[in-house]
Design a protein around this ligand. Structure first.
Ligand code: CA
Length: 222
């Protein structure tokens, strides 16, 4: 899953990017509202962490512009602790949730997990597909109860497919959600990682739809 952090405080931005990367997300960062708006407008993020007090263009305006242009990704806003009016303005502008500063990183992570799973229609933080299970809190994967060790890229790929299971996901879409904006993208590498995942999980979970992409499904389902 690929996230955007829009935060002008360099220390806080660094902490957020580090914690989110550590949690297995691909993260891009912007330090003002204009850059943040541009990235959110042009790149396909799975969720955004948006500070409201931003230089050049404030967070509420950024969010209003995205929503007006039909950008529907979940947005978690960061608000000043005692400014309830900020929360109201942010939620009215289209925010899905908020965290007040100063916050515990664990709370941001938990709220993002909730936004991501709701956006993909899942109610629990444990995603399953037949005997394949992925716990989005611990980033652990098991098949029939046995732990499967994945690299961070394999995990990201599987997490994206698990959040979109049953749907056909194109190679381009996967590439866009697996790498940050600066990565030299080569969609052939996705094929390589799909191959490795199949080796580790068993071949049947990920189907290839020729010319269209991949589909994760329970091989035991009728
Ligand atoms: Ca700020």
């Amino acid at each position: 899953m690929r996230l955007l952090v829009v935060e002008d405080d360099p220390d806080l931005s660094r902490q957020l990017v580090a914690a989110l990367s550590e949690a297995g997300y691909v993260v891009d960062a912007a330090s003002d509202g204009e850059e943040g708006h541009f990235l959110g407008d042009t790149e396909p993020y799975d969720a955004v962490v948006l500070d409201l007090g931003l230089p050049v263009l404030d967070g509420v305006s950024v969010l209003e512009k995205w929503r007006r242009d039909g950008r529907t990704m979940p947005v978690l806003i960061l608000t000043a602790r005692d400014r309830w009016t900020d929360k109201v303005a942010g939620i009215d502008a289209g925010a899905d949730d908020y965290v007040a500063k100063p916050f515990h990183m664990e709370e941001v992570l938990a709220r993002l997990r909730a936004l991501l799973r709701r956006a993909s229609g899942h109610a629990s933080s444990e995603l399953s597909c037949g005997t394949l299970e992925l716990d989005t809190r611990s980033a652990k994967v098991t098949v029939a109860g046995s732990a499967v060790k994945l690299t961070s890229l394999e995990y990201r790929l599987l997490a994206y497919l698990m959040h979109h299971q049953g749907k056909i996901v194109s190679r381009t879409e996967l590439t866009e959600h697996l790498y940050d904006q600066d990565f030299d993208r080569d969609s052939n590498t996705v094929e390589v990682f799909i191959g490795r995942l199949r080796k580790k999980l068993g071949a049947d979970f990920i189907q290839t739809k020729r010319g269209l992409g991949y589909r994760l499904a329970d091989p035991g389902a009728p």
